[in-house]
Design a protein around this ligand. Structure first.
Ligand SMILES: Nc1ncnc2c1ncn2[C@@H]1O[C@H](COP(=O)(O)OP(=O)(O)OP(=O)(O)O)[C@@H](O)[C@H]1O
Length: 211
């Protein structure tokens, strides 16, 4: 894992049909920092996150990724990113244990923990052999977050991370952020200030809203 990872966003814009969602967005993001992207519903937060993670193309501008001073190819960026988003699909037919075995074939698990430790951390021990399709929405969200926090990736992207979480799980989220995000580049899209109260910089996407 690179320890000096950065993302340079230059003059970025996205339009759907003829409408610009945002335009002229310039940002520099660094590993070890937490950033929040805020704005009302439909302002383009999720769209920005998709562009940063390489799953949607920008309409203008560019994004460059650097690891330890070297430029990283955009086509390789998925190796360095892990995301927890509402549209992230998990394989419903697998049990929790099977799903984690599958996921961690592609991403390394971090902090020298075992998959069973992660199951404990997510407090899903009693659901190890349950199929994901039978998870409650809060269990599913803890699973997505657990994967994001404990995959060995420099960039962690969270979209509405406390969605469906009860108070115990929201407290868990904050504790996990504290335990795992110090050495990451963390970007959180959110409307709720409590979700990103620890962030170093808040970016209001509306300031890049131009016709
Ligand atoms: N594939 C698409 N085609 C057309 N329009 C789209 C597409 N994806 C998003 N949009 C539009 O782009 C705008 C921004 O959507 P986005 O989901 O990024 O907003 P958001 O800030 O994440 O909203 P929310 O807070 O509701 O999650 C919306 O008007 C949405 O309808």
């Amino acid at each position: 894992m690179a320890n000096d990872f950065s993302i340079k966003i230059r003059d970025l814009g996205k339009k759907f049909n003829r409408e610009w969602i945002f335009r002229g967005l310039n940002l520099e993001l660094h590993q070890g920092q937490a950033y929040a992207v805020t704005g009302p519903n439909g302002s383009g937060k999720s769209t920005l996150l998709k562009i940063i993670s390489g799953i949607a193309p920008p309409s203008s501008g560019e994004i460059e990724y650097f690891g330890n001073g070297k430029k990283i190819n955009a086509s390789d960026i998925y190796k360095h990113i892990v995301a927890c988003t509402p549209y992230l699909e998990i394989i419903e037919e697998l049990t929790l244990r099977e799903f984690l075995d599958f996921h961690f074939q592609f991403k390394k698990i971090s902090y020298n923990i075992a998959i069973d430790d992660l199951i404990e951390i997510m407090y899903l021990r009693n659901s190890k052999d349950k199929k994901i399709m039978d998870f409650s929405s809060g269990m599913r969200q803890r699973l997505k977050l657990g994967i994001a926090f404990y995959s060995n990736s420099e960039i962690v992207l969270l979209d509405e991370p406390t969605m469906n979480l009860d108070q115990k799980a929201i407290d868990w989220y904050h504790e996990q952020i504290k335990n795992t995000s110090k050495d990451k580049l963390l970007l959180i899209c959110s409307n709720q200030s409590d979700e990103y109260r620890f962030s170093n910089q808040v970016i209001d996407i509306n300031q890049f809203k131009k016709k």
